[in-house]
Write a protein that binds this ligand. Structure first.
Ligand code: GLA
Length: 386
């Protein structure tokens, strides 16, 4: 080979290595992987994708672009055995027609707004009443049923998925065109981080959350009565018979809601406490004793532990409240990938949030968003073993 030919070959090899091999080995990237595949088509012909995020420890999270639903979270027990610890359904049609919000992004307003009405800047707004006399989780077609535009993310913090949706002015009766971004990140510390941002072009109200139902023994493994809960909350917002807050903040001390020291869930779920009777179990907003002071730093809100598997879940958040719901309305008619049906107590949610019905409760932290401002909220579900 002539000297010129040799130097051309060497240059090609150098360019090839620089372009294709070095970036893949970039040390700032997390070890995780993300894979996309087609999940299905909605009844009105829209394509839905599934993204599988995997981290360095083999923890695996599946998310679909319909509702931004987290359909599966596989984490190890104390012996390294993996199980899916969230309830889910088996196909898109089920998520479209019969999902009690399993894994979904909730918006515009997580939980209830009394009688589907609120007044903002002197104007009364009317929402769909889809839960008895009240509006629940954003109305008839909430964010849990929207198709979200997805972009894959891979950076130092982990692998992730950025989901965006723009809700038009007056969609489901809410004012303002609202641009929402929800970023799911799976880190190598076995955390699923959820970062929410939103902007509006008119004053509005919103309360975004995720509605994953957790069972640390594995979905379909039976009730969570033996799981041990600790909450960093010394009050709840008690509710009336339609599950609307009375406006009071009630101390948990001496009640079934006192998880300020760790307790198994069964006795609380079966308690005759009048609030538990109204909720058919726990279905209450816990008020964090020491919420994030700056709205940016996350605080530890809850810790759930399954003594059988050793799996533990910590919920960290910038939000002031957490809706804890013990699957009280599950009646055995739904089942997930395990094929086992879901009954009352089959799981527990930690819906990090502002308080229910805040637009009608002047003493609660505000849920208003004005044009020119950015709503930011973050939550981490961190999986551990003990
Ligand atoms: C929230 C509500 C519950 C129930 C579930 C979804 O947690 O507070 O009452 O509606 O959502 O089924």
């Amino acid at each position: 080979m002539s000297g010129l030919a040799r130097s051309i070959v060497v240059n090609i090899v150098v360019v090839f290595i620089a372009a294709f091999i070095l970036p893949g080995a970039d040390p700032v990237w997390a070890a995780g992987k993300i894979h996309q595949k087609a999940y299905g088509t909605t009844s009105d012909g829209k394509a839905v994708d599934e993204y599988m995020l995997t981290n360095a420890n083999g923890v695996e999270v599946k998310i679909i672009t319909f509702g931004g639903i987290v359909t599966s979270i596989k984490v190890p027990d104390r012996n390294g055995n993996m199980a899916n610890v969230v309830l889910g359904l088996t196909d898109l049609k089920s998520y479209d027609t019969m999902n009690p919000y399993f894994g979904a992004i909730i918006g515009r307003y997580g939980n209830r707004i009394a009688k589907g009405k609120f007044t903002l800047e002197g104007q009364e707004y009317t929402l769909a009443t889809n839960n008895g006399p009240n509006s629940l989780h954003g109305g008839n077609v909430g964010f849990d049923k929207k198709i979200w535009a997805a972009t894959e993310i891979k950076d130092a913090s982990g692998v992730g998925l950025s989901l965006t949706y723009t809700s038009p002015d007056m969609e489901e009766g809410y004012p303002g065109a609202l641009s929402v971004k929800v970023v799911y990140t799976l880190t190598d510390k076995n955390e699923l981080k959820i970062d929410y941002t939103a902007t509006t072009d008119k004053a509005t109200v919103l309360n975004l959350t995720n509605h994953s139902y957790f069972n640390l023994g594995g979905e379909g493994s039976g009730p969570i009565y033996d799981e041990v809960l600790w909450m960093a909350a010394d009050k709840i917002t008690p509710v009336d018979s339609t599950l609307i807050p009375t406006g009071a903040l009630a101390p948990v001390a001496g009640t079934a809601f006192d998880f300020t020291v760790p307790k198994v869930l069964g006795p609380a779920i079966h308690s005759n406490d009048p609030q538990v009777v109204i909720g058919k179990g726990i279905d209450h907003n816990f008020v964090l004793t020491r919420p994030s002071a700056d709205g940016k730093t996350m605080v530890l809100a809850a810790r759930l532990y399954d003594p059988w598997s050793g799996r533990m879940l910590e919920t960290w958040t910038t939000e002031p409240g957490v809706q804890v719901y013990t699957g009280n309305f599950l009646d055995g008619s739904l089942y997930g990938p395990s094929g086992r049906s879901y009954r009352q107590g089959a799981a527990i949610t930690f819906e990090t949030q502002h308080f229910p019905d805040s637009p009608n409760q002047p003493s609660f932290p505000t849920t208003e968003l004005k044009p020119g401002k950015i709503l930011r909220s973050s939550t981490v579900y961190k999986f551990l073993v003990d």
